[in-house]
Design a protein around this ligand. Structure first.
Ligand SMILES: Cc1cc2nc3c(=O)[nH]c(=O)nc-3n(C[C@H](O)[C@H](O)[C@H](O)COP(=O)(O)OP(=O)(O)OC[C@H]3O[C@@H](n4cnc5c(N)ncnc54)[C@H](O)[C@@H]3O)c2cc1C
Length: 246
């Protein structure tokens, strides 16, 4: 339950407020506003001007408080990321939820985090007053406590996203995201299971994708699907990704 609400006007003010105990950043508030028994103080980031989208030097810098829907509607948003964003949450939630809030709240079923991981997105955040940049893989593994200020994705890449879910609008049981750089480097990630999306392959060529996908999900067993099913689907989706890279 939110018991204290702050709306700082500057980043400096926000950072000072965030040093107080039990105080966390508020993005869109779609998760933080859910009823819980814990008391929490929130620092609303909406006045800090962190919602811009800047395309430069072959990259897109997405401000931390940019909403999922604003990113989806951007001319710079790659088609595969658009598909992943549509599956992340319904329209009303996408209109409020921020990219940073969605990443922090993400689990293995997050299509948005699966795509960010495949794109090797860079996460910029401030921790103990120090600015840091880590790649998405390190971020979702270590889940640092700092204030995210932006997420940067590459634009001069080919991307693909494929998924299987119970209905077209459901969160996928398995999704695969593939990104290929001009150098030939390819990254394949899988989502739909566990605490975080998995990196199945990061190599100089896209050879062995299906085997890598199959191997990555050999223990992906839960109430939604067996590991055997997920291994077969992951292999099929990774093949489809390779065929649909654009
Ligand atoms: C009715 C409803 C339906 C939903 N449906 C779905 C769904 O279908 N699929 C789904 O995946 N999720 C769903 N959600 C969950 C929600 O959409 C996501 O968790 C959302 O993306 C969180 O984004 P936010 O900006 O609203 O985060 P907030 O609620 O503001 O914050 C979430 C977390 O991120 C942290 N945070 C926010 N901004 C920053 C920052 N800049 N730096 C560091 N930490 C930060 C907060 O402190 C908090 O821990 C739903 C929520 C609601 C209320």
């Amino acid at each position: 339950m939110i018991t204290t609400y702050h709306r700082p006007q500057t980043l400096e003010e926000a950072l000072t407020l965030l040093t107080q105990p039990d105080t966390v950043p508020l993005g869109g508030g779609t998760l933080l506003s859910k009823p819980t028994t814990d008391s929490v103080a929130v620092v609303d980031l909406q006045r800090l001007g962190l919602d811009s989208l800047r395309a430069a030097g072959g990259e897109l810098q997405i401000g931390a408080t940019c909403t999922l829907q604003a990113l989806l509607e951007s001319e710079h948003c790659p088609a595969a990321l658009k598909t992943a964003l549509k599956l992340e949450a319904p329209l009303n939630i996408r209109n409020a939820a921020t990219v940073a809030g969605a990443l922090v709240a993400s689990d293995g079923r997050s299509t948005f985090a699966s795509m960010l991981l495949a794109m090797d997105a860079k996460i910029e955040f401030i921790e103990n007053r120090q600015s840091k940049i880590v790649n998405c893989g390190e971020f979702i593994l270590t889940r640092p406590n700092g204030l995210i200020t932006s997420i940067t994705i590459p634009l001069k890449v080919k991307t693909a996203f494929e998924f299987v879910s119970k209905t077209p609008a459901d969160k996928p049981i398995v999704c695969a995201a593939l990104v290929q750089w001009n150098s030939g480097r390819a990254r394949l990630t899988l989502g739909g299971y566990g605490e975080s999306p998995l990196l199945a392959l990061d190599g100089t060529e896209a050879d062995g994708l299906e085997t890598a996908a199959r191997n990555a999900y050999h223990e992906a067993n839960d109430a939604w699907a067996s590991a055997e099913y997920r291994m077969d689907v992951a292999a099929a989706l990774s093949k489809r990704c390779l065929e649909s890279l654009a």
